[in-house]
Design a binder for this molecule. Structure first.
Ligand code: FE2
Length: 375
């Protein structure tokens, strides 16, 4: 069953690991140049920064794109036999780095390591004409890492080592604002280990949990716990598969990603009807539920501001909790392997994750799995 815990005000003030927000999300991909173009043209991101041979790098190339507070980095190796190349060979394209914006990246690293985190790299200061940035990193689930970014003394485009990426191609943004949450899929039996890790290492609190009674269809099931930092700006649901008659979407992810990793990046908008209309016009495909979902929608969630026929046209889902309601939709997976996807979410008071949509949504995902022969 679903259990909800509200973060306690006292613990918020005493957060030993103050995190101001998501700094950037870095993807290791086989073709960074084309991936960046896709996120610009389809998702309305703008060119921000670039690093590669022209900036003195010998082994890799990175393109950084931005939309409001969301920064995505796409990085590819420039020759064979690299660690990054092995990562891409094993996992396919996917999220490598969830970077966290902190006041003090040295302190964050020392606290995290003291509390049991495995080091990815020790604090280092990078400088250029625009100032300096301190970064440090720790491993989380799978081969995914968190990098702490301290940028209070920096005024450049992105990070030292990057130059501004000027482009004559600049599609209109689609209204994406910030990263609302980022979900990790972990192996069967590993969820509680990672819940404890986020509690111990980063001082997060579990704010929600779902078990297989909440999240099950005729065939598959999964369990999920939502971890949050004190100020609520960082929310990491962690999923693990539960036993079902057939293979769950989490099992499919873990098979194709060959391990634990980031399942979806949820990005917030203030106008989901506009955002999803734009994304569809630019070729993004979404998971859609049967239209009967909308026949009982108002009965289930009550009065909402948005016209239901519009939501039905676009396939947008709605759920309500004690504090308000939310609108959400999920893209189909966005790379060759059926692994990572994006969620578009608009919150109108609700702070939850759309539990009322799980069943319809997971049945829709199973229809996609069926087509792939992976159910
Ligand atoms: Fe989500």
């Amino acid at each position: 069953m679903e259990t909800l815990t509200t973060p306690n005000e006292a613990t918020v003030d005493q957060d030993f690991m103050p995190i101001m927000g998501t700094d950037y999300t870095e993807f290791y991909v086989s073709n960074a140049k084309q991936a960046a173009h896709f996120y610009k043209s389809a998702f309305g991101f703008k060119s921000l920064a670039y690093a590669g041979l022209e900036t003195g790098l010998k082994d890799r190339q990175s393109y950084v794109v931005v939309q409001d507070k969301i920064r995505l980095v796409f990085t590819s190796p420039l020759h064979s036999g690299t660690e990054m190349g092995e990562h891409i060979d094993k996992h396919g394209d996917g999220v490598k780095v969830i970077a966290l914006w902190v006041e003090d990246a040295t302190y964050a690293y020392e606290e995290a390591v003291k509390r049991g985190a495995e080091s990815y790299f020790a604090p280092k200061t990078e400088k250029d004409a625009h100032g300096e940035v301190v970064r440090s990193g720790i491993y989380t689930y799978g081969e995914t890492v968190h990098i702490f970014v301290e940028r209070k003394n920096y005024e450049g485009a992105f990070l030292p080592g990057y130059r501004k990426w000027e482009s004559h191609y600049s599609p209109e943004p689609v209204g994406l604002k910030y990263v609302d949450h980022m979900v990790g899929n972990v192996e069967l039996g590993a969820m509680n280990k990672w819940v404890k890790w986020y509690e111990d290492v980063l001082g997060f609190k579990q704010i929600l949990s779902f078990d297989d009674k909440d999240i099950s269809t005729e065939y598959t099931a999964l369990m999920s716990k939502v971890m949050s930092n004190g100020n609520g700006r960082i929310k990491f649901p962690i999923n693990e598969p539960a036993a079902g008659l057939k293979k769950s979407q989490i099992d499919e992810y873990i098979d194709f990603y060959e391990g634990a990793g980031v399942q979806h990046v949820a990005v917030a908008t203030d106008d989901i009807v506009h955002t999803v209309t734009e994304l569809r016009n630019r070729g993004i495909e979404f998971i859609t539920v049967p239209t009967t979902y909308y026949d009982v929608l108002e009965e289930r969630v009550g009065k909402i501001d948005e016209p239901i026929d519009k939501l039905k046209d676009l396939g947008i889902l709605v759920d309500r909790d004690d504090e308000g309601y939310l609108l959400q939709i999920f893209t189909k997976t966005l790379q060759a392997r059926p692994t990572m996807f994006f969620e578009i979410i608009q919150r109108k008071g609700a702070t939850s994750f759309g539990k009322g949509n799980f069943k319809a949504l997971f049945e829709a995902i199973e229809r996609e799995q069926e087509l792939r022969g992976t159910l």
